[in-house]
Design a protein around this ligand. Sequence first.
Ligand code: ARG
Length: 471
Amino acid sequence: MPATPDSAKSDAAKHLWHGRFSEAPADSLMAFTASIGFDMRLWRDDIAGSIAHAEMLGATGVLPRVDVDAIVAALHQVQGEFDGGTFAFVASDEDIHTAIERRVTEIAGAAGAKLHTARSRNDQVATALRLFAKRELSATARRTLALIDVLDRRADDAGDAYLPGYTHLQRAQPVLLSHHLRAHAWAFARDVERILDAVARLDVSPLGAGALAGTSLPIDPTDTQRRLGFARVFANSLDAVSDRDFVAEALFTLAMVGLHLSRLGEEWVLWTTEEFGFATLSDRHATGSSMLPQKKNADIAELARGKAGRLVGNLTGLLTTLKGLPLAYNRDLQEDKEPLFDSLDQVNRGLEALAEMIAAASFNADAMRTAADAPAAVATDIAEWLVARGMPFRQAHAKVGELVSRSLASDTPLVDLVRADAALGPDAAALFAPGVAVRRRASRGAAGPAAATAQRDELRRTVAALTARLA
Ligand code: ARG
């Protein structure tokens, strides 16, 4: 049908701002600016925000009870439609907020048209996204705790297995496998703490800030804050609608989890090579090659490493979006959602896949031990043996360094030179016996068995405290 001014006007009337416009939005505008394709994910939070808002409008007397009841009943019906998968979108639904308000107005008629009283999509979207972030970040914290639990359990199974600890990826000193696994657990425990701190900071209700400046109507933003379970309410309407610090912070905490997954993944890539041979993946958590029949690849571990790039990209992308924005709301802010959704999805899947991969893998304690019992790994213990007998550390370091050098030059085992040395002798040579070096590391937080129990207990106390904070 050819567009006449009238039909254009009625087409435009489908849009929330139709009063001022005589033409419908261009297809190109909708294609470029609509966010419905991704912000659908906020439907539950948008409805929660709208129910709280409508109830507040009733409690403050801005709307009569009968209207509030009609609006809330319509919102519950919409919720049922989303839950049942029957909610029908129309072409003019540019985002989840317009879609839900449109449907509420279809159901509740004149009362529905009052839902947006003293509200803007600017405070509405900020409210929905904070509710979403609060819930989803907490869920990611729980998944992170589940990975910590796997690392902790595998550490328990590891018994007295030990492997070389590395600096510069060169064998340095032997460490218990349990110690190595718990080192990663501590990093993830910090991540959980960081997520919880971010959640505590974002726990502010922006609802009632309006478009940017509040409203002349007698609303009560603390009422909606309480109904929505936010810890605090905004103090400045401009800040309330333009603040996306919480998204940037969420992306940072998620990138940090991703970095830790990446570092863990890189080690598993190495450990499962024939060159290292420290661990074997279960068939279910490895992939084969389409051409090379013998291959068994650690794709989960590699992608844990690979996804870190995109998590950092999501963070830097949003920071760049935010950096030049004047107060208050600008449409640029719509770019906050996809990175947040993506980072949550990627981190959640990574946490789950790595936890399963590690739970199902087997460790090759013999290969670890053989690598760790390399004589050079005992050099520091020989120096410390001399220090315990009164030699200044620098002098001891130089003396052992010289023995190492002589051993290499003369192709004589280091242990023989130590045994023959007047200042050292058989007692010092005994340190070369397999497993002795790792057992001698007993200082606080050290890599040997004496410190392992205390560390395990400390990790479990930390996890219990984080779990309690999360509950
Ligand atoms: N879809 C928008 C967003 O995500 C909602 C807010 C739109 N506000 C506006 N003034 N255009 O940011």
